[in-house]
Design a protein around this ligand. Structure first.
Ligand SMILES: C[S@@+](CC[C@H](N)C(=O)[O-])C[C@H]1O[C@@H](n2cnc3c(N)ncnc32)[C@H](O)[C@@H]1O
Length: 272
């Protein structure tokens, strides 16, 4: 079997990419890189914590899904769940979580850590395999939305499977980060690209096939996407970098986190 380290380095570029290519690239990348992701970040995420992003904002304190005491008995869908750390925390509160992810290997890590009290589903967030109005709440910590070419389709799907009154909370890379190099040090503090350039970030192999994709939406685009899907936006949280967190995560670092936001969390409600 060919190891990832033996493959030629992919070329990083900005170019258009569609729904199919983005989805295929994400599935392949997360299947190949799930082991390394869990090795590098598993300790910070914790097996049964609910962390919204590299700042370390914890749902136990933030209560963006509502008071923890009210989660008991709730049907909750986690989108892009990875190893289902957030779902495990939800289960511990008495909720009934379903952890959904595109990547088989990420879900194998969920099984390795433990899937008691969880549903695990392998599917693409753009076509959710659930009946209408199946869930009370939905959440996503950096799952799916940064990687899909059609975020409105994902949001529409999430709205469809939520019951009226249901809430969807999702975090993504803060859009302002797209204007800066993705570096944790001082070189990551100078604007190097237009914030308004929505051209996706693509890593491609020697044949020009995408092997990793991220899609940029400005803050205004994200608000319009949420509204276009039929949600009401009730909060937009920009977690500040806390003094206790000395850990770097890719381009997220205490240095940059103290100056510019790194994560945006959208709190959305399906009214009817
Ligand atoms: C950055 S990880 C976040 C995982 C987890 N929420 C965490 O905080 O560690 C992104 C996850 O989204 C999943 N993902 C990417 N595109 C997806 C899609 N279209 N549908 C469902 N999951 C997707 C990936 O497989 C990966 O597990």
């Amino acid at each position: 079997m060919i190891q990832e380290s033996e493959l030629p380095e992919p070329e990083a570029t900005r170019r258009d990419t569609d729904v199919t290519e983005s989805s295929r690239a994400s599935r392949g990348w997360w299947d190949r890189n799930a082991d390394e992701y869990q090795r590098d970040h598993g300790a910070f995420l914790g097996d049964d914590r609910f962390v919204w992003g590299p700042e370390g904002l914890d749902e136990a304190h933030a209560a963006l899904l509502g008071p923890a005491a009210e989660l008991k008995g709730k049907d909750v869908l986690e989108i892009g769940a990875g190893a289902a750390q957030c779902s495990r925390w939800l289960a511990a509160q008495g909720a009934r979580p379903v952890a959904l992810d595109l990547s088989h290997r990420q879900l194998q890590h969920a099984l390795r850590i433990g899937a008691e009290g969880l549903g695990l589903v392998q599917a693409d967030a753009e076509a959710l395999p659930f009946a209408d109005a199946s869930f009370d709440l939905a959440c996503s910590a950096y799952g799916a939305l940064p990687f899909v070419a059609d975020p409105v389709q994902v949001l529409r799907e999430v709205r469809r499977v939520l019951r009226p009154g249901g809430r969807f909370v999702f975090s993504v890379t803060h859009p302002i980060r797209w204007a800066f190099p993705d570096e944790p040090g001082p070189e990551g503090l100078s604007v190097a690209a237009s914030y308004f350039d929505r051209t996706p970030y693509v890593e491609q192999d020697e044949q020009g096939r995408a092997v990793y994709v991220e899609h940029h939406r400005t803050i205004g685009d994200r608000v319009r996407d949420v509204v276009a899907a039929g949600f009401r936006l009730v909060d937009l949280v920009e977690p500040e970098w806390p003094a206790w967190n000395s850990q770097e995560w890719g381009g997220w670092s205490p240095l940059r986190g103290n100056l510019i936001p790194g994560t945006a969390i959208f709190v959305c409600v399906r009214d009817e």
